[in-house]
Design a protein around this ligand. Structure first.
Ligand code: AHG
Ligand code: MN
Ligand code: MN
Length: 323
């Protein structure tokens, strides 16, 4: 079995970057421990009674996970600062003015699934800081286009806890061993199947889809395979991490378009769309906002939203009208 640290070593990942993975390892084990005891002892189910800057109800576990990751990144020494879904503004770690990296994070993805014991996750993106060491961080450190990611990944807390990441050289899956709480290699260099069967979209928004997406949704319903049976099936968990993970393994597409309720789309560019698109790219898939490659977008705001299409290459081409 190949442990996370020996894998990073064999891939020649720098010690500073490896120390960020160690921080993610530690924080995710703490979150996993709390998730696995939901309903026992101190209750982590339910709302915290506060809202984040995006006007969303914070769940207790959103806040708990955020605190865990902030603590580990602060201690790690290689992280100069971070931006989180749950923090109004970017954080700078004073003691790390020399930190080489900045991290964007969705500490707890799929909050609406916490209380019903359905898969949830953590998503992260890592960039080199642009301001010189010793200077205060600025917007330019955090508002980098996704193409500049050094690494990205997610943790899924589900049947098992898995860490999926890329440092730009393939997308790899690790499973947490509950015995020694270390991550071990499960699949090296996973690829999106070229084509897939699954389309993941919240169809309650169908009336809001643009005509091309409406036509694609209809195509998925109508299309028959050679055996005369339907080619596609719908699966929508409501946790991006879980929907993406299934599609990566089985083949599929995930779409969250602009809607009346979320005119710019619902998902956040910096800590949802960019890291997932980087993983997709390193697994032979891609991410788009419907018009352009997600990774090419130059962000203007920390909590910027955008429409999001990600998945298997043939399904992406079909959905975007490139076939
Ligand atoms: P978060 O819990 O971090 O706010 O993210 C929730 C996101 C994403 O994970 C999921 O795919 C999507 O919201 C679900 O939204 P709908 O309930 O509108 O379908
Ligand atoms: Mn999320
Ligand atoms: Mn979240």
């Amino acid at each position: 079995m190949t442990s996370l640290s020996s894998f990073l070593n064999s891939e020649n990942v720098s010690p500073n970057l490896a120390s960020i993975f160690e921080a993610i390892h530690k924080a995710s084990v703490t979150v996993q421990n709390e998730v696995s005891r939901a309903g026992l002892g101190a209750d982590i189910f339910g709302a915290k009674g506060s809202e984040n800057i995006q006007g969303e109800q914070q769940q207790k576990l959103d806040v708990y996970a955020d605190e865990c990751f902030i603590r580990e990144f602060r201690l790690c020494g290689s992280v100069a600062g971070m931006a989180s879904e749950e923090q109004d503004h970017a954080l700078q770690f004073d003691e790390s003015l020399t930190g080489e990296y900045v991290v964007m994070i969705d500490p707890l993805d799929g909050s609406s699934n916490i209380d019903v014991n359905v898969a949830i996750g953590t998503i992260f993106a890592i960039y080199k800081r642009l301001t010189p060491a010793g200077e205060n961080l600025s917007d330019k450190d955090f508002l980098q286009a996704g193409i500049h990611q050094v690494a990205s990944g997610y943790v899924t807390y589900s049947v098992s806890t898995q860490l999926v990441f890329s440092t730009g050289n393939g997308t790899h899956m690790f499973t947490l061993n509950p015995e020694d709480r270390d991550y071990y290699l499960y699949k090296k260099s996973v690829s999106f199947p070229e084509d897939g069967k699954v389309y993941s979209i919240n169809e309650v928004n169908l009336d809001d889809f643009n005509p091309e997406l409406k036509a694609y949704a209809q195509h998925c319903k109508d299309k028959r395979g050679e055996n005369g049976k339907r080619k596609y099936t719908g699966r929508y968990i409501g946790s991006l991490v879980a929907d993406f993970h299934r599609n990566l393994l089985k083949g599929g597409i995930y779409v969250y378009p602009a809607t009346t309720d979320s005119p710019k789309g619902k998902l956040r560019l910096l800590y949802e769309c960019n890291p997932m698109s980087f993983l997709a790219k390193n697994a032979g898939g891609r991410g788009s906002d419907g018009l352009q490659d997600i990774l090419e977008i130059k962000p203007t705001e920390l909590h910027q939203r955008c429409p999001f299409y990600v998945g298997s290459p043939i399904m992406m081409d079909e959905a975007l009208g490139n076939l």
